[in-house]
Design a protein around this ligand. Sequence first.
Ligand SMILES: [Mg+2]
Length: 411
Amino acid sequence: MKITDIRATTVAVPLEAPLLHSNGAHWGRFVRTIVEVEADNGLVGLGEMGGGGQSAEDAFRALAPYLEGHDPFELEALRFKIANPTASLYNNRTQMLAAIEFACLDLVGKHLGVPVHDLLGGRVRDSVPFASYLFYRYPGADGRTPEVRTPEQLVAHARDLKERHGFTVHKLKGGVFPPAYELECYKALAEAFPGDRLRYDPNAVLSLDEGLRFAKAIEHLNNDYLEDPVWGLEGLRLVRERTPTPLATNTVVVNFEQLATNVLHRSVDVVLLDTTFWGGIRACVKAAGICDTFQLGVSVHSSGELGIQLATMLHLGAVLPNLTYAADAHYHHLAGDVIEGGPFQYADGRIAVPSGPGLGVTLDRDKVAEYAELYRELGGYPYDRDPGRPGWYPLVPNERWADPETPLAAL
Ligand SMILES: [Mg+2]
């Protein structure tokens, strides 16, 4: 099997409502690049990457000379062909490598008639558990999706998601409002769902003092972990020394060099593996093995996903014996998807691992066309800006919090 062509299409898929985070917001849609890698046997492998537009599409097209004639089975060679670690100092292609690795695994699986998880050692579970992933949010444009700002609204939102999807783990994405206010919100969740587990992620914007204060205040709660309370391996190490709550990161252990540092000088207890940040599903499997050896916990990180990327997360989650925490996904905030039969459905807080050949997902061409048109209509958006606070930008550690007393109006 030889690669003959690569295509990239940018799509914008609506979210139910704009979601706030420490850097700004997801403005009511996810912009993603759908990657199709074609082989000489007529098979097409699917990949996905965050962001998009002309430059992303051009960047994938520019890889055609690297990929034409490459055998998709040769996944290690692929890494050195397009993301050699020293060349990557200049061209920074790790995320593109990930999208192409997904497509090559999809091609190999389709060629052999086996699911991707069988190429990765075989699944040890048939479904992957997920956390509810709660965001503060603006009201949706449809008028049916209310704002989430107050503790009461947050608990109602979590209850709705729990009823619909069966979540028993709740992750609060914070770093938006003052830490003391978000602490009250977190405690309200703990009180409302005493049998469920919790995690809080302010995207590393708390000061060391605030991070320590937050960690101290939640010690008695049913926490999975505290995720990136402060910035940096040293900051996390200082928090970790003074709290019994496990710490997790998806920001400062995102490659093997940083993982080695964290093994030698432990800053976090749990590494959140992202199939894009790490450069593919296989890199995450390798990292999980190292984590297993050194008694670090792992989970599956979400950097925003449509069905193709979600499939990579499901195959990863299926093969990790040491997946001791529920995975994260933004997925249930989407109002659509690009895959046939989509979106994936949750049952009891879990999503079944696809069992069809390759990634087990097929593009819905009508949906791709519809969402490609929506992208042309709306364009991209700056992830690190909040449309409700023109001119605002955060510091790290931050002090420019949103006002919790001001209702979030529809944009
Ligand atoms: Mg995070």
